[in-house]
Write a protein that binds this ligand. Sequence first.
Ligand code: PMP
Length: 443
Amino acid sequence: LVELDRAHLVHPVASYRGHEKAGVRVLASAKGARVKEAGGHELIDGFAGLWCVNAGYGQEKIVEAATRQLRELPYATGYFGLGSEPAIRLASELADRAPGDLNHVYFTLGGSDAVDSTVRFIRYYFHAIGKPEKDQFISVMNGYHGSSTVGAGLTALPAFHAGFGLPFDWQHKIPSHYSYRNPVGTEPQAIIEASVAALRAKVEEIGPERVAAFYVEPIQGSGGVLVPPDGWVKAMRETCRELDILFVADEVITGFGRTGPLFACEDEGIVPDLMTVAKGLTSGYCPMGAVLLSDRIYDAIADGAGLTAVGHGYTYSAHPVSAAVGLACLDLYENGLLENGRRAGERLMAGLHSLADHPLVGEVRGRGMLAAVELVTDKAKKTPLPASAEPAKRVFDRAWDNGLVVRAFPTGVLGYAPPLCATDADIDGIIERTKMTLDQTLE
Ligand code: PMP
């Protein structure tokens, strides 16, 4: 398998360049929060795959729902006025639970195409209401909104721009709230004020009548699990309302219990104009993402946005098997998993905080089952691990050998996002194996 993989299977080049040489690690089976390599090596999956297997592995209810749907109707297009029962039901269940009037659901295959779809819907919306000049988009440095071309341009991580002339000239950024290394200091109110001022200044620079939307992850994930100060998301949401800019919450990572509630926007006390979800929507059992649109947006674009030709859609939008899986996931979240995730999240955060005095630990941050440890070589000076992927990859490899899957970001940040079904033993194992890995890294 390793030879065949090396010869034929393309892996993303963005993260661990060394992997091609070392050879792929083949996962063979999984149950709960544990995964097993082909050779039998068992690990705790501290990252739920790619922060997506929120329900955990081997959930019989999900397997049954998918199997039933595969037998009954494996495919129905969302085009031509066709549909399927699970897709309609899932849309309705999501609308019931989403904040405010996010009552309309467009299904995609994942997060990147959900983000792409928001850009299209927003452009249609401004056409429909007679403001087509609103065609400029703003996002936040260190943010991640996908690796499709439009999403990659909103993403603010340089590796996703290289070679493509990205971002597009209509895609703008403001500085991140990243509090551990922020030029305005660590004081929460100062960070909030700086971000509000940066958004206002950017809008002024572009021209207030030109700006369409502002994109926010309630917690920045791929940028290194960067948690904004309390009140930051709300302040940005209110500023957008004041400036007549749509607010898009990208909950691809934070949705479905990752930070405690079903959606992180609930904790923030905000209602976005549009919201993107994916990952935990189907917990990795099948691919699916979605855009949730508010009444105001949907009502304006529902019959073609006043344009003569409006085309948008994917062959596998509203896939019935994915939708059946999504319904089973929702059922599991609401019958125990959200609650277990909240309990396990407290244990995870407490456990990681117990490592705060370790010489390599600069900062521990997170909320619920979404956390990170930022590694430094000098705590007082906050010296990052040398800026190459290699040290991070070594930490990843060592953790792997110790039976732990963590995300090791090239910036020297370890990311955690265990399945919500994690037991106390799983969480304690994550902490013990992290400590063991850090001690070995010191040697
Ligand atoms: N938005 C956010 C916030 C994400 O974290 C991701 C994926 N990590 C995406 C969008 C893109 O999702 P996908 O990989 O499913 O295309």
